[in-house]
Design a binder for this molecule. Structure first.
Ligand code: PYC
Length: 327
């Protein structure tokens, strides 16, 4: 019997259909004083483990991984690094809800407020007694309004560039049918938009790569304000309404004076799951002491996650696919 190089203890969950794989044991210790430093160590020295955990045959391209770390901030319950088939995510809204529900399943936390440290800042999550979870995301803002980009085959497309913990290009006028039966076409179209943005050197602030594309349409569910399709880095689409994407949307609505502070916004995903969002205006005396751009908001996203597996991923030395099948 060949020995195992790694035994990763994991809990899989899904948040509105979007999976999160929380790794809570078996990963080498990452060095660094902060989650950002540990992310650098992960990227430089253990990227093959990201691939082993996410890619086939142990995973699939839809999964978002969440590596649990000891907290460096005494206020936080844990640190977390989110990753997927293509690389690393600054923040992940559905993933945060998945982590909180998984920690509760393990009886490590109970209903109440918990802080998680992410590479882009502290995130506050509240596990409610009814099993839903609210995430107060990082400060979010619109960076540029209605930026035009020429997309081969589609023509001139306009979108807002906004930060919600990741960079988004948000498009309302696209002529596409946002339906679960149409996800192949939607993936193709949003990939073309993403490639066109990169080719035109259109980025977020400080050259931040716009790696999420979000299309909107009216929802057929009368309780929801909007329906979206979100392309994630790596070409998978978000089955959930996307926590960071909903945060970016709230920032645009706030900047356009279309949604008041504390008013609820129901965002439906392409597969029909719903997040409820709201926001408060950020002040420049925020916890990190950061000078926010004008009209920065603090979004809160509420959703539900369900645990679907608790297991050990085994990586054997002689397995030709121990580091996954490149996608
Ligand atoms: O919920 O923020 C999110 C997210 C990002 C990528 C996939 N889900």
């Amino acid at each position: 019997m060949t020995s195992a190089l790694f035994n990763f203890k994991i809990i899989d969950s899904h948040t509105g259909g979007e999976p999160t794989r929380m790794v809570y044991d078996g990963f080498p210790n990452l060095v660094g004083d902060s989650v950002q430093d540990k992310l650098q160590d992960f990227k430089q020295n253990y990227d093959h483990l990201r691939q082993s955990i996410i890619l086939e045959p142990r995973g699939n391209e839809v999964l978002v991984g969440a590596l649990l770390l000891p907290a460096t901030d005494p206020k936080a319950a844990a640190g977390v690094i989110f990753f997927n088939n293509a690389g690393y995510l600054g923040m992940c809204g559905h993933g945060t809800i998945g982590v909180i529900i998984s920690l509760a399943y393990q009886k490590k936390i109970s209903a109440g407020t918990h802080w998680l440290e992410t590479p882009v800042g502290l995130v506050k999550a509240t596990l409610h007694t009814d099993g839903s979870c609210s995430v107060q995301n990082v400060p979010s803002y619109r960076y540029q309004k209605q930026v035009a980009v020429q997309v081969p085959e589609l023509g001139l497309i306009h979108g807002d560039i906004a930060w919600g913990g990741n960079w988004f290009f948000l498009v309302s006028e696209h002529g596409q049918d946002i339906q679960a039966s149409n996800v192949k076409k939607l993936t193709q179209v949003t990939m073309q938009i993403k490639q066109a943005l990169a080719a035109a050197n259109i980025t977020g602030k400080n050259d931040g790569e716009i790696d999420h594309i979000e299309l909107f349409a009216a929802s057929d569910d009368e309780k929801s304000n909007s329906k979206n399709f979100v392309l994630c880095p790596g070409a998978a689409y978000d089955r959930s309404p996307c926590g960071t994407g909903t945060s970016a949307k709230l920032a645009c609505l706030a900047a356009d004076n279309l949604l008041a502070s504390e008013q609820l916004w129901q965002q439906q995903s392409v597969v029909g799951s719903v997040f409820t969002g709201s926001y408060q205006w950020a002040t420049n005396t925020g916890s990190a002491g950061i000078d926010y751009p004008e009209q920065t908001i603090i979004p809160t996203i509420c959703g539900r996650a369900y645990v679907c597996a608790e297991t050990t991923l085994i990586v054997q030395e002689n397995d030709p696919f121990k580091w996954g099948i490149p996608s």
